[in-house]
Design a protein around this ligand. Structure first.
Ligand code: 1CP
Length: 367
């Protein structure tokens, strides 16, 4: 049976918002836009509240996480908030020894490499998710009809950090493990899928209106490896929340995103999310064509798209950036729905006034 979410108060309903309308393939009242990594170092107000507080620590203080989530909405008038957290927060909540090192990213106390390491991983409990519930409740109470997007890291991307013990460029460790020790890989990716699914479900049950699965590094996989070793686990993570329905009785929109995914986009869609995020490497028209050209096992072809302004152009002269943004909006018209975003996260050095101006431009273009 479908599981209705808590936010059924019509005054707070986000069902008619431009974001949710476009995610469902409808025509929104204005062209929706938000930015991956819209909260964070590009904002002086973020740097101020984060002073002297570690990254993971700030994710686990509900008032602070909520405040940081709201900052870019106030400043840029974007059409969604994305919950301020990180893909390794559920690992920390489960009891895994992990930290986010400034200038580096997630680092584990000990890498997870053997069957024994995987068997010893602690389970993420419902009680440990309470700070997440509370931060989301505080945030949606302030957001009103602006939707909050919850998220989780996909099993491959999270497992890549776990096997390597930290960031890596080519993700050799997890890619070797898939072939050299497929049973251990399967157990690790299953753990990562259930952990991601519970983390995402906590955010949606507490009031988030949509969810995004970040498989940021899936582009380092061949299509064959993606299909065999990754897609079933991403599908398992998404299945944790596929029974959830919003205030309008329709299922909660889920977005699936990675970088360098041009060759695996249809296979990623087949993991089950309703919307595909597209990185800056693939024009939206081509993404639409590739998805439509290979309808998956359930017959689904082209789907609503999210993307894909090249983050590099945020630092280009305005006339260059403006032409690019107009082209992205124009090319998105082929899809059944389009939410404008960047092709990856906001670079930390971005001038926030440029982002505000990009939002104004997008809102001035007919949906
Ligand atoms: O001190 C700081 O400000 C640290 C920088 C930072 C921030 C602001 C990290 C460390 N994580 C975050 C927040 C974060 N992480 C969000 C917030 C919401 C928003 O988008 O505004 C989100 C969605 C994430 C998710 C995340 N973390 C991803 C997936 C998205 C993506 O950018 O690809 C990944 C890969 C991570 C790992 C991570 N966390 C932080 C860093 C620097 C990294 C990448 C490290 C690497 O290069 O491998």
């Amino acid at each position: 049976a479908d599981h209705p979410l808590a936010t059924t108060d019509p005054a707070w309903s986000t069902a008619a918002s431009p974001l949710i309308t476009a995610y469902r393939g409808g025509i929104p009242s204005r062209t929706p836009v938000w930015f991956m990594r819209q909260a964070g170092r590009s904002l002086p107000e973020y740097r101020r509240v984060r002073e002297g507080i570690g990254m993971l620590e700030s994710c686990l203080k509900p008032e602070l996480a909520s405040e940081i989530t709201l900052q870019p909405v106030r400043r840029h008038d974007v059409d969604a908030a994305i919950f301020f957290s990180d893909i390794v927060v559920p690992l920390r909540l489960a009891g895994v020894d992990v930290d986010i090192v400034p200038g580096t990213g997630p680092v584990l106390g000990t890498a997870v490499r053997t069957a024994e390491d995987v068997a010893a991983l602690p389970e993420l409990s419902d009680e440990s998710l309470e700070p997440i519930h509370e931060a989301v409740r505080l945030t949606v109470a302030e957001l009103g009809s602006t939707p909050l997007i919850g998220f989780a890291g996909a099993p491959f991307t999270v497992a890549a950090y776990m096997v390597e013990g930290g960031p890596s460029r080519d993700h050799l460790g997890p890619r070797t493990m898939m072939h050299a020790d497929p049973e251990t890989w399967d157990a690790l990716a299953t753990w990562a899928a259930d952990t991601a699914g519970r983390f995402l479900r906590a955010q949606l049950e507490a009031g988030a209106s949509a969810g995004q699965l970040f498989d940021s590094w899936a582009g380092s996989l061949s299509l064959a490896d993606y299909e065999r070793f990754v897609q079933p686990h991403s599908a398992r993570a998404l299945a944790h929340v596929s029974d959830l329905v919003g205030a309008d009785g329709q299922s909660v929109p889920l977005v699936h995103f990675g970088t360098g995914t041009s060759e695996i986009l249809p296979a990623m869609r087949d993991a089950g999310a309703a919307v595909m995020g597209v990185d800056y490497r693939l024009p939206l028209g081509e993404a639409h064509r590739r998805l439509g050209a290979s309808p998956g096992p359930d017959g689904r072809g082209a789907v609503p798209l999210q993307g894909n302004i090249d983050p590099a152009l945020l630092d280009a002269p305005w006339a260059v950036l403006e032409a690019h943004v107009r082209e992205v909006v124009e090319s998105g018209r082929v899809a059944p729905g389009h939410v404008v975003n960047l092709g990856h996260g906001v670079p930390p050095g971005t001038d926030p006034e440029v982002l505000t101006r990009v939002v104004e431009l997008i809102h001035s273009l007919r949906p």
